[in-house]
Design a binder for this molecule. Structure first.
Ligand SMILES: *Cc1c(COP(=O)(O)O)cnc(C)c1O
Length: 328
C-alpha cells in the first residue's frame, strides 16, 4: 500500500493540471445538523470529477515504451473520461471499455476526447474483463480505476487540500465505489489528522465494498442500475489494495436509498445551486437522512462529481417517481 509521501509526490506531479477545488460552507446543512458542514467541490474539477487526479498521476508515471503501447481501462464513465483527457494531453492512445449501463453523456465525452471507446456487456465487471483481455492480448497498459497505487495516490491529494482548508475537520464523508477515493483520502487524513472519522457512503443496492467488508474478503455482488452510477461495479475478487485500505481506514460505511440519493441531488441544486451527479450527492444524502450517527463537526463532504445526464437531472428535480423504476 502507498504511504503519505506517495500522495505528496502525486500532488507535485499533477499540480499543473489539477484545480485545487474550493471548500465551501453549506449554511443549510450546517444549520440543519447543528454542526459546521463544508463541501469540497470536486464536481468542478476538470472533466467533472476527481478522477482526473489519479488518471493524471498514473499517466505521468508511464515510461516511453509504455506510452507507445497505449493504455486501456474499464470505467463507469468518469475514470474513462479522465484517462482519455490525461492520455490525450500526453499524446498516448487510450482504449476505454464501458458497459451498456453507462449514460450517453459520459460516453459522448469519452469519444469527444479522442479515445477508442468500446461498449462491452451489461455490467462494469464485464467491461473490466474485456479491458484485462486487451491489456494482455494487445499489450496495452492497464490503468485500473481504483486498485492501482498511482490512482490511489492521485485521489489522496484531495485529502491534502481538504486539510489545508479545514485543519480541524472531525468527519469526512467520502462516496465509496471500488475504494480508490476512500483509500487515498483515508490515508491522507488518517496520517495527518488521525482523530478525524472517515465514513464511506454507497448506494444500498449492489454496494460491493460494503458487502466485502462484511464478508471479510472481496465478494461479488449483482450490479443494479442506480442514480449513483459512478459507485457501481465490483471491487475484483483479486483486489490488491483498496479492500485492505478501506478495512483499515474507514470507520464505517453508510448506505443510502435511491430516494435519498435523489433528495441529495435536489438539495445540492435547490440550496447550493450546484448540479451534482448521484455519486457526488451521497454524502449530502446521508446527512439529510440522518444516517450519520454521533455526528461531530466540522464535517467535510467530498462532492465527487457532476456528470449527470441533464434530462435525468430535470426528472430528479421534478420529483418524477418513475426514475426509481427506470434506474432499477
Ligand atoms: C469513481 C467515483 C466515485 C467512487 O470512487 P471509487 O474510487 O470507485 O470508490 C465517487 N464519485 C464519483 C463521481 C466517481 O466518479
Amino acid at each position: 500500500m502507498i504511504q503519505l509521501p506517495d500522495i505528496n509526490e502525486a500532488r507535485r506531479r499533477i499540480s499543473d493540471v489539477i484545480v485545487n477545488t474550493p471548500l465551501v460552507r453549506s449554511p443549510g446543512l450546517s444549520s440543519g445538523t447543528g454542526v459546521e458542514v463544508f463541501l469540497k467541490m470536486e464536481h468542478r474539477q476538470k472533466t467533472g470529477s476527481f478522477k482526473l487526479r489519479g488518471a493524471t498521476n498514473a499517466i505521468s508515471h508511464l515510461t516511453e515504451a509504455e506510452k507507445i503501447r497505449g493504455v486501456v481501462t474499464a470505467s463507469t464513465g468518469n475514470h474513462g473520461r479522465a484517462v482519455s483527457y490525461a492520455a490525450t494531453a500526453a499524446k498516448v492512445r487510450a482504449t476505454i471499455c464501458v458497459s451498456s449501463l453507462v449514460h450517453e453523456n459520459k460516453i459522448a465525452e469519452i469519444r469527444r476526447l479522442g479515445a477508442d471507446l468500446r461498449i462491452i456487456g451489461n455490467s462494469y465487471d464485464q467491461a473490466e474483463q474485456e479491458a484485462e483481455r486487451l491489456a494482455e492480448h494487445d499489450r496495452m497498459v492497464m490503468i485500473h480505476a481504483s486498485d492501482n497505487p498511482r490512482i490511489i495516490a492521485g485521489q489522496g491529494t484531495i485529502g491534502l487540500e481538504l486539510l489545508e482548508a479545514l485543519p480541524n475537520v472531525a468527519t469526512v464523508l467520502v462516496a465509496l465505489g471500488s475504494g480508490g477515493l476512500s483509500a487515498g483520502v483515508g490515508l491522507a487524513i488518517s496520517s495527518l489528522r488521525p482523530s478525524a472519522r472517515i465514513l464511506g457512503v454507497s448506494m444500498d443496492r449492489g454496494a460491493a465494498m460494503k458487502a466485502s467488508l462484511e464478508a471479510g474478503h472481496p465478494v461479488e455482488v449483482e450490479e443494479l442500475p442506480s442514480l449513483a452510477d459512478a459507485l457501481c461495479g465490483g471491487i475484483g475478487l483479486q483486489n490488491k489494495l483498496t479492500f485492505k485500505a478501506c478495512q483499515s481506514l474507514l470507520d464505517d460505511v453508510i448506505l443510502v436509498s435511491e430516494a435519498e440519493i435523489a433528495a441529495g441531488i435536489r438539495y445540492a441544486y435547490d440550496h447550493e445551486h450546484e448540479v451534482v451527479e448521484g455519486a457526488g450527492a451521497v454524502g449530502i444524502s446521508a446527512l439529510l437522512a440522518g444516517k450519520v450517527t454521533a455526528l461531530k463537526g466540522p464535517v467535510a463532504i467530498i462532492i465527487s462529481g457532476g456528470n449527470i445526464d441533464m434530462p435525468l437531472h430535470r426528472r430528479v428535480m421534478a420529483g418524477d417517481p418513475t426514475i426509481f423504476q427506470q434506474v432499477g
